[in-house]
Design a protein around this ligand. Structure first.
Ligand code: FMN
Length: 352
């Protein structure tokens, strides 16, 4: 798949996920075989203040993350235009617009999925961003099926966005009202694919390599985007890159990857440490990193024998070295058990 002049190969993407798709996890996904890993949503107005959080979201590995795609949200074409320019100057190769976020705090400002109710403004945002960047970075968009079941308008949106110069479109095939419930309606991905010429990225409920194949076959999409299927399971990208389901990682392979992810995660948070961070966060970077890594440990331990006890123990630890001791002991011997319930994320709060 091409986005502007960039070839996305393999055409399998890590989904933007708030609190998850930060630099270490994106790099890991790319190393495992994802063709592109977009940042989590970043506030278009926040970019100007460059506060501590925005800095964290914008930081990327300039060597390994190429092309680098930054996701912005906002409802005001002027602000979005200036933010796109700032993103480009920061080093973004692609700028993605979040038009799917269902969270009230975002839709209440006319951003995220609220834009599906106002296609002309959505188009004006793309046009303003293109002008502000002199068409030097492709502008992509991620949408949902529509606001609710009575207003499914993703095909109309796709045509309008294409007309405004959108370079590629990702569809999370659920409405805003559906949140994360029910099943994604892949037939909408197929309908969009037939209605426009720009590349279409299918998204929703791809949890295995087989699912990704089915999505390509059933919808004709140009690329597949994986979100929850990659949580605690970046190995999914090894299978999609290989074009077949690979055997699950051995305990040694699993431990090695989690160890590396943990090291990268701690190093990332420590690299953001400065006076401002210390003043604003009041949490030392190692503790912050330890707390934010817990969700990954929850996901990595899903479906492993003894996972419940491991999670209980590790969720209270605050010392990174103690976390390493625990995870080494657990993952070096962990055997796969029956699938468990998903834990650790309230998807209704998620941002797309
Ligand atoms: C924890 C979490 C955070 C998310 N944050 C974002 C986000 O920042 N931007 C966005 O466009 N979508 C976001 N999403 C939506 C995903 O990108 C994706 O569209 C959705 O999870 C459906 O794909 P899946 O079935 O493969 O998970 C988020 C989803 C989750 C679970």
């Amino acid at each position: 798949m091409k986005i502007g002049s960039f070839t996305i190969d393999p055409p399998v993407l890590l989904a933007p996920m708030a609190g998850v798709s930060e630099q270490p996890f994106r790099v890991l996904a790319l190393e495992m075989g994802a063709g592109l890993a977009t940042t989590e949503l970043i506030s278009s107005s926040g970019i100007f203040y460059q506060n501590r959080r925005t800095k964290q979201y914008m930081t990327f590995d300039r060597g390994k993350e190429r092309p680098y795609s930054m996701q912005l949200f906002g409802g005001d074409p002027k602000v979005m235009a200036a933010a796109a320019r700032a993103a480009m100057e920061h080093g973004a190769d692609i700028v993605d617009i979040n038009m799917g976020c269902p969270v009230k705090k975002v839709t209440g400002t006319g951003a995220g999925s609220a834009l599906s109710c106002d296609p002309p403004r959505a188009a004006a945002i793309i046009e303003a961003m293109r002008a502000a960047t002199d068409d030097r970075v492709p502008i992509t968009v991620k949408i949902r099926a529509g606001w609710d079941d009575k207003s499914i308008n993703c095909v109309e949106m796709a045509k309008t966005l294409e007309g405004a110069g959108c370079a590629a479109l990702a569809l999370h095939a659920r409405t805003r009202a559906a949140g994360y419930s029910g099943q994604a309606n892949w037939s909408l991905i197929a309908s969009i694919k037939q209605a426009v010429k720009m590349p279409i990225i299918g998204n929703g409920d791809v949890l295995t390599f087989e699912d990704s194949q089915r999505m390509f076959q059933e919808t004709g999409c140009d690329a597949v985007m994986i979100g929850r299927g990659a949580l605690g399971n970046p190995w999914i990208f090894e299978s999609t890159r290989a074009g077949k389901t690979l055997p699950p990682p051995t305990p040694e392979q699993r431990l090695a990857l989690i160890r590396r992810h943990h090291t990268m995660h701690i190093a990332f948070h420590e690299s953001l440490d400065d006076e401002e961070s210390r003043r604003l966060l009041r949490t030392p970077p190692a503790l912050m990193a330890t707390k934010t890594f817990r969700q990954h440990l929850v996901w990595y331990s899903r479906g492993l024998v003894g996972g419940k006890e491991f999670r209980k123990a590790v969720l209270t630890l605050e010392d990174p070295n103690a976390v390493v001791d625990h995870l080494e002991r657990f993952f070096s011997a962990a055997a796969v058990s029956a699938p468990e319930e998903a834990e650790g994320v309230n998807y209704q709060q998620a941002f797309g």
